[in-house]
Design a protein around this ligand. Structure first.
Ligand SMILES: [Zn+2]
Length: 311
């Protein structure tokens, strides 16, 4: 079986830093948010975290050629995969019984295309485990249907206040000529946080997912990474000596195709800390909007936990 760790959750939840840490374990290859390789990587000219354009990175060129031959250079093929992805991973597609035969056909075709890509990653990099931080819930369900893959889903939840604050900040996108990452108002970012996390929690049994809270990870990174890899046979006993309290030694250069710009800031040592600037910098009205919008999930989480404890 091919082992794959998938981080799911809402945007700006801290998945890139977790991805980077797990990639420091021998035998693990980080693909970043690989589901966006088609638009961001091949169509829009984003950089791989090695500094080269994704389309010019030797590692990705070799992987893509192994999977598709020269076809990945064909713009019409790339556009077609982007369209297939949109239908195959939409929220509607999660509800198997009510999707149209057209969507089922898209899911089948997109699944075959992506399965070839992941298989080539294993073959070319000779890794034992892939870590993927493509967070969308629809993608998690699609990957779970891969044959011959053991997909370990991690449901990453960050405080909705930290997420909402992060969406309001002007962050340079180092993958694309220093343009800024998109920003979002606190209501819509909190609504997205609510929907994504509720879906993932409601489907946690079907996904066999593990819940990891970003704030717990930031408090004790080693403990969270140990928990995260504990069911992944090839690496579950790996030494995590590179994590000393909150300091992490970064030795492995990664080739992630998309994610937070921190994937470019690979220094010898990075310090993990919870970003609590929102406490000081988010206006009171914004805090109220975030609190009211995200409250149903916190209630749902508590009720869900109690129900599961009774079963
Ligand atoms: Zn690269």
């Amino acid at each position: 079986m091919k082992e794959l760790i998938l981080i799911s959750g809402s945007g700006r939840s801290g998945s890139t830093i977790i991805d980077l840490l797990v990639a420091q374990i021998d035998g693990v290859f980080s693909v970043g948010e690989i589901m966006y390789i088609w638009d961001r990587g091949l169509r829009d000219g984003w950089k791989c975290s090695c500094g080269e354009l994704v389309s010019e990175c030797n590692v990705w060129r070799e992987i893509l050629f192994d999977a598709y031959g020269d076809k990945y250079l064909d713009r019409s093929f790339v556009d077609k995969v982007i369209q297939l992805r949109s239908r195959a991973t939409s929220v509607r597609s999660l509800f198997g019984g009510i999707v149209s035969s057209e969507v089922k056909k898209c899911r089948k075709e997109y699944r075959e295309i992506m399965q070839r890509l992941y298989s080539s990653v294993y073959k070319i990099t000779r890794c034992k485990v892939i870590i993927d931080s493509s967070k969308e819930p629809g993608n998690a369900f699609l990957l779970k249907s891969f044959s011959d893959f053991n997909v370990h889903v991690v449901h990453l939840v960050r405080s909705p206040f930290g997420v909402a604050y992060s969406w309001t900040k002007d962050v340079k996108n180092k993958a694309l000529e220093e343009k800024s990452l998109p920003t979002e108002g606190v209501f819509f970012s909190s609504l997205e946080w609510l929907v994504v996390n509720s879906i993932l929690l409601a489907k946690s049994k079907r996904l066999s997912s593990k819940l990891v809270e970003y704030e717990s990870f930031a408090h004790n990174p080693k403990k969270s990474i140990q928990y995260l890899i504990s069911s992944v046979d090839p690496i579950r006993c790996s030494s995590l000596q590179f994590i000393q309290k909150n300091d992490v030694s970064i030795k492995t250069k990664i080739h992630s195709v998309s994610g937070n710009p921190c994937r470019f800031e690979v220094k010898n040592t990075i310090t993990i800390k919870a970003d609590d600037k929102w406490k000081r910098e988010l206006p009171l009205t914004s805090k109220l909007i975030v609190g009211i919008t995200s409250f149903p999930f916190l209630l749902f989480k508590s009720v869900f936990k109690k129900i599961n404890e009774r079963i």
